[in-house]
Design a protein. Structure first.
Ligand code: ZN
Length: 739
C-alpha cells in the first residue's frame, strides 16, 4: 500500500498550526474565532474553554505466536463545513467532485452541502489516493474551499487473514467500536483511552486564537494474544471446509481443538463463515450459487431476505452459541459415572436384543441390530443403548444429575467469548427415570459444543476439569503484560484410575469402529448421531447432527478435537461414517504439527478395502462383515440370506463406500442392477457426489480445495454413458480452474 510520507500528513493536518492533534474540531474553532467572530462574540462567556478528543489507536489481535489477526492502520477522513459555502454554484461543484472522487451518491453529498453545519463527515477510512485527490482539489481552489473542506487522520481496521477464525475474532463498527466476537468482548482492552486537549481563548486577543490549557495523551489500546495457534486453525478449517462439500451439509459444520492439559483453545471454527473485512457480505461461493438458483433475481425481495438471513447465520460461532443433543458422545460421561461409582464390573456381560422395555418406554439400539452378549467395553464400542439404559438405572437420577453438574454441563464455561448459550437440562426434583435413560445416551437435553469438549478434556486429563480459555495475555504498546491467563484446574471430577479404564474403552472403540482409526496413532474417541429437534413440531425430525469427539495420544493425551456435521445430506448420516474420518484426519495432521511422532510407519493403502464375498450368508452376518471393514451397507429386500452383492467379491473400494446386499426375497428376483455412469467433467465435487449417489455408484475423490466453486472434475475413471453394475467405484479427479 502506498502510504503518504510524514510531510504529506502535515499537509493534511493543516490545523496543526494550533499545536493540536485533532479530528477536525480545530478547524471549526478557527472559523468560529476568526471568521464568525462577530456572530459568536455575544456568546463568548460560556464558550471560552473547549475540549477536543484525540482518538486512541485500537490494539491488535494476534494468535499465540504473534500472527496478526486484526490490526488498525492509518487512514483518512474527509470533513466539510457546509456553512462556509457561499453559493449554489459552489455546492454543486463540491457535490460533483466529492461524489465522483469518493464513490458516493451525488444526492447524498449535495444534501450535506445544504446543511447549516460547521462539521460534517463526508467519508471515513479512505486510503491515501482518495485523500490526495481531495487535498489537491482544495489547494487548487483555495479561495473557495479552504475553509469548507479538509482531510484529517483516521484509522481503519484490517483483518489480514480474511475468513480465518472469523466467527471468533468478530469485527468493529463505523466508530471503531467492537460489535461482535473478541472485538466486542474485549473492547475495554482494545479501545485504549482517548486523549484530551483543553483549549482556552486568550483574553488579550493575541494572534493565536487559542492557547492550550492542558494536553492529555491518548493511550493506545492493548494487544490481545490468543491461545489459538493459526497453524492448527488452518488445519481445522481446511478439513471441515472439504467435509462440508463431501457430505453436502445443509446447515453448518463446526470444530474445536483444545489442549486437554491446560484448557487452552487451540482452534475453533464454524463453516461457512465470512470475511472479517466485509462482515455483512456472503463470500461462500456454494451459498451464493444456491441462492441464485433458488431465487433467480438478486434484486428480488425474496433473494435479499434469504441472503440477509444467511449472512447473519454465518457470523454465529456454532461452538459457543448453539445448543445440540450430544447423542452417543455423551455415553463417555455415563460410563465415567458408572466406573467411578464401581457400578459395573469389567467382566460383567450385558445382553442386547436390540431393544429393552423399561416400563412405559422401550429403548432401541440405533444400528437396528442386536449386539448380543457384550462387556461394558463392548457396549461402548457398539454404542449399545440397551446396555447404557441398564447402566443408567444403576446410577440413578440423583447421582447422574450431580455428575452432570460436576462435568460442567449446567453452567456456561466462561471461555471468554460473547454469546455463550446456556444448556437445557431437567430439574433434579422432576427428572424421571425415563428422562435419565434417554439422557444416558445423550438425548432429550441440550448443551453447547464447548461444554462437551471441556468435559471430554477433563477425562483425557485424568479427571481434572480445566477452565477453558481463549485469551492468553493482554500486552500494552510498550510490551508490558497487563494480564496473563494461566491454566486453572477447577476440580477433580473422577479418579485417574477411572479415566485410564475409560481411555482404554475409547481407544478400543476407535480401533473397532475403524473409521476414526489412524495408523500409527493411538486415538480415543466416540461418535454421535443425534436427531435435531424439529422447530415446527417440537419433536425430533429427520435431520441429524453427526459428531465425533476424540483425544490423543491415548497414553498421555495432549489435545482433544470435536467436530459436528450439522445436517449432512448424504444417504448414510451416522456420525461414525461422516464425522469420525474427519476428526481422525484433523487429529493426524495436528499431531504431526505438534511433533508427536506416530508409533510406526503408516500404511498408505490402509483406506482401501477389498470387498469380501457374502453371498449365501445371513443378512446380519454379511452386514457385520462389511461394516467391520468400514464399508456402508444397504440391504435390499427382507429375505433371510444374501442372494447377490454389488460390487462383487474382491472388488477394491474405499472406506465409507457403499455395498448393496440383495436378499433372496421375491422382489429382488428380476431386479435390474446396471446403471449408466453420469457425466461429471466440469462439475463441482458436491454435485458429482450426489449424481453418483443417485445412480447407486461409489466415488473416490482425488484433489484438494473441494469447496471452491472453481474446483471441478477434470477426469472420471469410467466414461459417461457406460453401463456398469451398481456399487462400481468411480474415481474422479478434481482441479482448481484458474480464472
Ligand atoms: Zn445394543
Amino acid at each position: 500500500m502506498n502510504m503518504p510520507s510524514s510531510n504529506n500528513r502535515v499537509r493534511y493536518l493543516w490545523p496543526i498550526v494550533f499545536g493540536l492533534l485533532f479530528l477536525g474540531l480545530a478547524g471549526w474553532l478557527f472559523r468560529i474565532q476568526v471568521i464568525l467572530h462577530d456572530k459568536y462574540e455575544s456568546r463568548a462567556l460560556d464558550q471560552q474553554t473547549w475540549e477536543i478528543t484525540v482518538d486512541a489507536k485500537r490494539g491488535s489481535i494476534k494468535d499465540v505466536n504473534g500472527v496478526v489477526l486484526a490490526r488498525s492502520a492509518s487512514a483518512y477522513q474527509v470533513l466539510m463545513a457546509p456553512s462556509q459555502l457561499d453559493s449554489e454554484e459552489e455546492r454543486v461543484e463540491l457535490a460533483t467532485f466529492l461524489s465522483e472522487t469518493l464513490g458516493l451518491s451525488y444526492d447524498s453529498v449535495y444534501e450535506k452541502t445544504t446543511k447549516k453545519s460547521q462539521y460534517i463527515v463526508i467519508k471515513r477510512r479512505i486510503e491515501s489516493a482518495e485523500a490526495d485527490a481531495v487535498v489537491k482539489f482544495v489547494s487548487e481552489n483555495k479561495k473557495k474551499y479552504s475553509d469548507a473542506l479538509w482531510v484529517s487522520e483516521d484509522t481503519k481496521r484490517y483483518y489480514p487473514l480474511g475468513n480465518l477464525l472469523s466467527t471468533v475474532v468478530g469485527f468493529v463498527g463505523t466508530d471503531n467500536q467492537g460489535l461482535e466476537g473478541l472485538e466486542y468482548y474485549y473492547e475495554q482492552y482494545l479501545k485504549g483511552t482517548p486523549g484530551k486537549i483543553t483549549a482556552i481563548r486568550t483574553a488579550s486577543g493575541s494572534s493565536l486564537p487559542f492557547e492550550t490549557e492542558s494536553y492529555q495523551d491518548a493511550v493506545d489500546g492493548y494487544d490481545l494474544y490468543l491461545t489459538v495457534d493459526v497453524q492448527m486453525q488452518y488445519i481445522l478449517e481446511k478439513y471441515i471446509s472439504n467435509a462440508r462439500v463431501e457430505h453436502n451439509v445443509q446447515s453448518r459444520i463446526g470444530g474445536v481443538i483444545m489442549n486437554v492439559k491446560t484448557g487452552a483453545i487451540l482452534a475453533m471454527s464454524s463453516k461457512p463463515d465470512y470475511d472479517l473485512n466485509a462482515p455483512f457480505a456472503i463470500n461462500d461461493e456454494m451459498t451464493l450459487k444456491q441462492l441464485l438458483k433458488e431465487y433467480k433475481d438478486v434484486a428480488s425481495p425474496e433473494y435479499i431476505k434469504a441472503y440477509n438471513a444467511q449472512q447473519v447465520e454465518y457470523r454465529k460461532n456454532k461452538i459457543i452459541s448453539e445448543l445440540y443433543d450430544p447423542g452417543s458422545t455423551f455415553k463417555i460421561f455415563t460410563a465415567a459415572m458408572a466406573l467411578e461409582e464401581n457400578l459395573v464390573s469389567l467382566t460383567e456381560k450385558f445382553y442386547c436384543r436390540n431393544s429393552i422395555n423399561m416400563g412405559a418406554i422401550t429403548y432401541h439400539c440405533a444400528s437396528g441390530r442386536s449386539h448380543k452378549e457384550e462387556t461394558f467395553r463392548d457396549a461402548m464400542a457398539n454404542s449399545c443403548n440397551v446396555a447404557f439404559v441398564q447402566i443408567a438405572e444403576r446410577i440413578g437420577v440423583s447421582r447422574f444429575y450431580d455428575y452432570f453438574t460436576l462435568f460442567g454441563f449446567r453452567s456456561k464455561t466462561g471461555v471468554g467469548l460473547p454469546g455463550e448459550a446456556a444448556s437445557i437440562f431437567f430439574d433434579k426434583e422432576t427428572m424421571s427415570v425415563w428422562n435419565l435413560y434417554s439422557a444416558s445416551f445423550g438425548q432429550t437435553f441440550q448443551i453447547t459444543p464447548i461444554q462437551l469438549i471441556a468435559g471430554v478434556s477433563a477425562i483425557a486429563n485424568g479427571g481434572v476439569y480445566m477452565q477453558p480459555y481463549i485469551l492468553d495475555r493482554v500486552v500494552d504498546q510498550n510490551g508490558n503484560v497487563i494480564l496473563q491467563n494461566e491454566a486453572e484446574a477447577v476440580r477433580q471430577i473422577i479418579s485417574k484410575e477411572s479415566c485410564d479404564t475409560l481411555n482404554d474403552f475409547l481407544e478400543y472403540t476407535v480401533v473397532k469402529g475403524k473409521r476414526g482409526y489412524l495408523e500409527g496413532y493411538r486415538i480415543c474417541g466416540k461418535t454421535g448421531t443425534s436427531q435435531k429437534v424439529d422447530s415446527s413440531s417440537a419433536g425430533y425430525g429427520n435431520k441429524v447432527v453427526a459428531s465425533f469427539v476424540c483425544f490423543a495420544p491415548a497414553d498421555d493425551p495432549e489435545i482433544a478435537i470435536l467436530v459436528l456435521v450439522d445436517e449432512p445430506n448424504t444417504e448414510i448420516q451416522f456420525g461414525s461414517y461422516i464425522a469420525a474420518p474427519l476428526g481422525r484426519d484433523i487429529m493426524g495432521e495436528c499431531l504431526e504439527y505438534l511433533n508427536i511422532e506416530p508409533d510406526y510407519e503408516g500404511d498408505s493403502s490402509s483406506r482401501s478395502v477389498t470387498v469380501p464375498g457374502v453371498v449365501g450368508t445371513s443378512a446380519d452376518q454379511a452386514a457385520a462383515a462389511m461394516e467391520e471393514l468400514g464399508l456402508i451397507v444397504k440391504i435390499i429386500g427382507d429375505g433371510e440370506k444374501i442372494a447377490r452383492q454389488l460390487p462383487v467379491e474382491k472388488t477394491v473400494l474405499c472406506e465409507g463406500n457403499t455395498v448393496l446386499l440383495y436378499t433372496d426375497s421375491k422382489d429382488n428376483e428380476n431386479l435390474n442392477t446396471t446403471v449408466t455412469v453420469p457425466y461429471l467433467i466440469g462439475k463441482p465435487a458436491a454435485e458429482c457426489n450426489s449424481l453418483l449417489q443417485q445412480a447407486g455408484l461409489n466415488i473416490k475423490v482425488v484433489g484438494e480445495n473441494l469447496n471452491y466453486a472453481t474446483t471441478v472434475a477434470v477426469k472420471q475413471s469410467v466414461a459417461a454413458g457406460t453401463q456398469v453394475e451398481k456399487g462400481t467405484l468411480i474415481t474422479v479427479h478434481f482441479e482448481e480452474k484458474k480464472q
